[in-house]
Ligand binder design. Sequence first.
Ligand code: FAD
Length: 594
Amino acid sequence: MTQTQAPVRGGQFLTSAARPDEVFIREDLTDEQRLFGQTAAEFMQKEVLPVVQRLYEHDWTLTRRLLKRAADLDLLRLEVPPAYGGLGLDLISASYVGEQIAINPSFGGSLGAHTSIGTLPLVYFGNDEQKARYLPRLSTGELVAAYALTETQSGSDALAARTAATLTPDGRHYLLNGQKMWITNGGFADLFTIFAKVDGEKFTAFLVERGMGVVSGRDETKLGLDGSSTTALTLDNVKVPVENVLGTIGQGHRVAFNILNLGRVKLGARNMSGVRMALNHSVKYARERRQFGKAIAEFGLIKQKLAGMAIRGFVGDAMSYRTLGDVDRALDSGDRADGPLVLKTIEGFSVECSINKVWTSEALAWAVDEGVQVFGGNGYSREFPLERMYRDARITRIYEGTNEINRMLVPTRLLKQQPHLFTAERARAALAAQSPVPSPQSPLSAKAGSPQSLLSAEREYVARLKRLAIALLGHASATYGDGLKEEQEVLARIADIVIETYATESALARAEKMAARGDGRASLATDIAQAYTNEAADRVAVATRQVVAALNTRGADPSFGAGVWRLTAHAGVDGIAALRRIANAVIEAGKYPL
Ligand SMILES: Cc1cc2nc3c(=O)[nH]c(=O)nc-3n(C[C@H](O)[C@H](O)[C@H](O)COP(=O)(O)OP(=O)(O)OC[C@H]3O[C@@H](n4cnc5c(N)ncnc54)[C@H](O)[C@@H]3O)c2cc1C
C-alpha cells in the first residue's frame, strides 16, 4: 500500500470496486510483520506443541507458564499502547501472530481470550488510571484476563443479562450478583471484564479482580478445545470499587459489541490457519495412502477435496487481509491512541467483520469435514490429527456471535448504514439494462492474455452481483417494510449473496495484484479465483431464486424477477479442469501452495 491512498470506508464495497493496488493481501506483509509471526510460529513449534497433551489434561499452571513465555517474546503486548508497556502495533500484525498461535486452537483460545476480548476492553474503554493499573501487568503475563458476557439465560441476546450490580449505601462499591457461563480462561484468570445491570437496567462493564470474590465452576466437558479452560463464574456479593466501572454506566453494550467486531475479523485469519493445516495433513496422507494400486491423491474425487481446501485458504486470506488492511488504513488516518475514534472506525466495518466471521468459519468447517473424509476410517480416529481439528473447529460458528446472528447483522447493518441505497428506486435502477457497471478503474494494464484480462468476465460478474445485492435488499425492504426483520430466511439468503460478493471480489483483487507484480504463483491464483467465482455463482443463483419466489408470493412486481436473472448469469470456466489443476499444484507442493 502507498501512503497516499485514501482510506476505504466500511460498508462501501457494494458501491465501489476494489482496485487491486489498494487491497492489502497476505503477500504484502512487511518483514517486520513476518518477524513477529515467525517468533510466534517458533514459540508454538518449540514450546507449546511438545507439551499440548498436558494442556489437554487441564494443566492450567502450564498454560499460565506458557502465557508468561509468550509475554517474554512480546506476544501479549502487541496491541497494548506504548504508554502502558505495549507495542501499539497494527491489526494486521496482531492477526498474523494470531494465525501462528492458532495452529493449536486450545492454546490459541487461551492466548486470544487474554490478548483480545480480555485486554482490549481496557485498551479502548479504560481511563488512564485503570490502564496504568492493569495493562502493564497484563502485558507481562503477570495477570491473565477473561471476558464474561454470556449467562445461562442470555447468549445471543446478551443484553438480557440478569447479573445485577447494586451500589453500596456508602457509594464506594458495586455488589455484583449473578452467574456467567462459558468463560474462556475462567478457571485461572485474574482479571475479568464482567457485564452486569446497574439498578436492573443499565447494562455496564466492570473490571473485576478474582480476589474481589469471583468463584469459578468446574471446567466444562466440551466437544473440542480440550486444552482451554471454559467455566461458569459465580458472583455472590462480589465487591467491586466504583473506580472499576469500565466506560460509562449504561453503555456496556458499546464495550461488548465493539470488542466482538474486532474479534470477528481477527478470527478470520485464525480460521484460515486451520484450513491450511487441514490441507497440509490431507495432502500428505493422500500422497501416502494407496488404494486400488495407486495413491488416493490420484483420484479425481480426492483431488476435488484438496482443491476445495486450497481455494478456501486463498479466498479466506484474501477477504480477511483485505478487511484488516482497510481497517488499519482507516485507523492510520486518525489517532490510534484515541480509543473512541478507533472503535467508531472499526464499527464502520462491522458488516465486513460479520462477513469474515461467517465465511471463514464455514470454510474451516468444510475443510476439516472433507479432511476427515480424505483420511477415511483414520479420520475418525484419535490417533490421527483430523479428528481433533474437526472437533476444535466447531466452536468457530458459535462464538463471537453465532453465524445466524452475524448473517442477520449483514443486511440489517447495511440498511442502517446506507438507507438511501436500499430503496425501491435504487432497486429498479440496479436492474435497469442501461445501469452502469462499476469497474475497478485499475491503473494496472489489462493486456490480452494477462491474468487481469483473464479475470475480466469474473470482474464483470462481480459488478453485477453488487447490483443484484442492492436490488434484492432494496426490493425486500420495499416489499416487507418494517416487517423485513421478521423475514430471517429472506435476509439470510441476501446476506449470503453479499458475502459471496465480498469473497469473490477479494479473491479477484488478490489474484490480479499477484499477477501485476509478477508473482510466480499468479496463474494458480487466477485458476483459484475463477474456480471460486464459478462455485459462488451457483450458490448465488439458488439463493436468488428463493428470494425472488418469496417476494413474488408477497405480491412484488413480477417484472422484478426477470430483471434479476440477467444479473446472476455467469458462464464461468471449466470448473472440473480448474480444480484438477489446483489439486495437482497442491499435490506437487505437498502442502498448501500459496
Ligand atoms: C468454548 C466456548 C467458549 C466461549 N467463550 C466465551 C467467553 O470467553 N466469554 C463469553 O462471554 N462467552 C463465551 N462463550 C459463549 C458464546 O459466546 C455463546 O455460546 C454464543 O454467543 C451463543 O449463545 P448461546 O450459547 O446462549 O446460544 P443461544 O443464543 O441460545 O442460541 C442458540 C441457537 O439459536 C440461534 N439464535 C439465537 N438468537 C437468534 C436470533 N435472533 N435469530 C436467529 N437465530 C437465533 C443461535 O444462532 C443458535 O443457533 C463461549 C462458548 C463456548 C462454547
